[in-house]
Ligand binder design. Structure first.
Ligand code: CA
Ligand code: ZN
Length: 300
């Protein structure tokens, strides 16, 4: 078992980054992570407007995985996610669905045992910590960790939690994998632009899959498969996620494209990872296809 500290982190996914660890396929790595503000917010008087934005969204890593080649798939099994005793929620000026109705404010939220958030004296709710930033180096220019893309990055997908499996396309030798931006909790769409931003520790097992390719991130849970796609345009993000799922159903479930489309329309769900426009971050959509009895896996 390898352990990476939060200081071993980068602010962009890039093929130029020096790996902080080399592993072979199938090894376990625990990632300690800063919160998305690099822990710059420590009290409710620290507003997001005072944060140094050149230091947001760090990803711990990158990890070089021996044998990973462009065209392969990197499989990341997510184990336990533990988080700090408190997290940060904030509103952001000119960002998020309701920013025009909000004051700019920081709220500190106690989180008990990585399992209960205390929003205030009266309101508590159970949480399931998730990973906001998870990705590999893209083929071409570096992408800041605050942005999503085909390489993953800031995909803010709240199904990426304990027990789920993330699949990422490999673009460069060694993959150069990293993760960060843990949230104690984040609602679908992240309408205000933050989850409960929190430092944490994530256990993973990382493997290379040969002989299979995907164009963009996928997630598997006990009962579902998810495609994930981002675009400036909401409708286009939804369309790309649907196209990716359709391709997988055609290939693996022996369906024509039209039959896959019909099945997706009646048995699958369009969901939103992030829709906090206005925001410099693209809209991120995912398509959920339930695992169905007697049908093969979509990624092997
Ligand atoms: Ca995020
Ligand atoms: Zn975050």
């Amino acid at each position: 078992m390898h352990l990476l500290s939060k200081e071993q982190s980068v602010f962009a996914f890039s093929k130029e980054n020096e790996p902080v660890l080399k592993i072979t396929s199938g090894e376990q790595v625990t990632f300690q992570t800063y919160d998305c503000f690099s822990n710059q917010i420590e009290s409710e008087s620290d507003l997001v407007t005072s944060v140094d934005f050149s230091r947001v969204n760090p990803a711990t890593g990158p990890v070089y995985v021996e044998g990973a080649q462009p065209g392969d798939v990197l499989k990341i099994e997510i184990g336990q996610i533990t988080v700090r005793e408190w997290g940060v929620i904030s509103t952001l000026p000119e960002m998020g669905v309701l920013w025009h109705r909000a004051e700019t404010r920081t709220k500190i939220v106690p989180v008990e045992n990585s399992s209960i958030a205390h929003f205030n004296e009266r309101i508590h709710f159970p949480v399931n910590p998730m990973i906001g930033v998870i990705g590999v180096a893209p083929a071409d220019e570096a992408v800041p960790c605050g942005l999503p893309g085909n390489h993953g990055g800031n995909i803010d997908n709240h199904v990426i939690t304990k027990g789920s499996i993330v699949y990422l396309p490999v673009f460069v030798e060694g993959a150069l994998f990293g993760l960060g931006d843990v949230h104690a909790s984040m609602g679908d769409g992240e309408i205000g632009g933050t989850g409960i931003e929190i430092a944490g520790e994530v256990e993973t097992k990382i493997s290379v899959l040969k002989g299979t390719s995907i164009p963009r991130p996928m997630v598997e849970t006990d009962d579902s498969w998810y495609s994930v796609a981002s675009d400036e345009d909401t409708q286009r993000a939804i369309q790309i996620a649907c196209e990716d799922m359709q391709d997988l159903l055609v290939e693996n479930w022996d369906l024509t494209p039209t039959d896959a489309y019909l099945l997706m329309s009646v048995a699958g769900d369009v969901q939103m990872c992030q829709c906090c426009k206005p925001s410099p971050v693209d809209v991120i959509s995912r398509f959920r296809m339930p695992k169905l009895e007697n049908l093969p896996r979509l990624i092997e």
